[in-house]
Design a protein around this ligand. Structure first.
Ligand code: SF4
Length: 337
């Protein structure tokens, strides 16, 4: 049974014209999950508060068609987003999707995979002889619904057979069984998003525990996938050194000494819009968002964000670089931001 069980499914009728739509419909019937059909617009449901509507959307799966026609770019981690899923059932209070998906953060899955792969193929052709990289988790955690859709499995197999293209995605979820025995030819990189136990317990309310994520990481490494760890958002809370030291030690315990993998290190940052939404969705949240303790910086998309001041950034960076170099001589740090 997948980790995420939707309370309600909103199914676009046209999705039933696709094998994935039919497959999902059969599964929902088997599991006794309520399905409401719609034709054009996702139906609205009245809620007594912003929070109630937000939580309702997080537990609702929308099965629909990808219609945008073009992929969003995805700098710097890839060239394009691969739109298999949008949204995530996780309740991480700091989540960046709080800004992007706003008031109705439904978990949307797209059933017209052939159209999506066709579009990916076009981009790869246009960019040849350069390589094109696709990111599968830019607006979602796609593993959270993989147990239902199998879309990542399809994407991994698709990219295994596509020259000059690579695929990557990041996850906190652990439903990776379907990805283990399939042909990937080392062309899909799977990264696991990790944090200290304190941060996971305090802010990541609906995501699997760290040891489960590390077990899943070990499995995908054994299956020969290129592996990465994204540590983030890194918070400079009281006791952070001890906590992050423990996390690095846990990674050490779960993977063999000669394993090669990458690290991406992302410190916490927030925008004014995200702060407002987070405070409405999670009243009383303890996510540190005091502007006076941060430095304001304009981001690449034109809006400003609050990051840690330079002295804190330096301390964090020094710690992570020193400890990772010592504990993981075969690992590579891709960036620290
Ligand atoms: Fe956001 Fe990732 Fe948490 Fe999902 S698992 S809520 S995408 S941070």
């Amino acid at each position: 049974m997948p980790t995420f069980i939707p309370r309600l499914v909103l199914m676009q009728r046209a999705a039933l014209n696709y094998p994935l739509g039919q497959h999902l419909m059969r599964r929902f019937n088997q599991e006794g999950i309520e399905v409401v059909f719609y034709d054009r617009r996702i139906p609205s449901f009245p809620h007594r508060s912003f929070r109630a509507g937000f939580l309702f959307s997080k537990r609702t799966m929308v099965v629909t068609l990808w219609k945008r026609g073009v992929f969003q770019t995805c700098r710097p981690s890839a060239h394009y987003q691969l739109p298999l899923v949008s949204g995530c059932p996780g309740l991480c209070e700091y989540c960046y999707l709080n800004t992007n998906l706003g008031r109705r953060p439904f978990v949307k899955v797209y059933v017209n995979l052939e159209d999506i792969f066709h579009q990916a193929r076009q981009y790869v052709r246009q960019r040849r002889p350069q390589t094109t990289i696709f990111e599968g988790a830019a607006t979602s955690d796609p593993v959270a619904v993989e147990g239902w859709t199998g879309s990542l499995k399809n994407a991994v197999q698709f990219f295994a057979g596509l020259k000059d293209a690579y695929f990557r995605f990041v996850t906190k979820y652990t439903d990776v069984e379907g990805l283990l025995g399939i042909e990937h030819r080392g062309k899909t990189e799977i990264r696991f998003s990790l944090n200290s136990d304190y941060i996971v317990e305090t802010f990541e309310k609906a995501a699997p525990r760290i040891d489960s994520r590390l077990k899943a990481a070990r499995k995908v490494w054994e299956a020969g996938y290129p592996l990465g760890f994204l540590i983030g958002p890194i918070f400079a809370f009281e006791g952070w050194r001890r906590e992050y030291e423990r996390l690095l030690a846990a990674i050490r315990d779960y993977l063999p000494e000669d394993a090669t993998f990458t690290f991406e290190l992302i410190t916490h940052r927030f925008t004014s819009r995200a702060k407002k939404i987070i405070q409405e969705a999670y009243p009383g949240t303890e996510v540190p968002m005091d502007e006076r303790e941060r430095r304001f910086r304009y981001g690449q998309f034109g809006y400003g964000k609050y990051v840690y001041p330079p002295e804190v950034m330096e301390e964090l960076q020094e710690f992570f670089y020193a400890r990772i170099e010592e504990l993981f001589p075969h690992a590579r740090i891709l960036y620290f931001v």
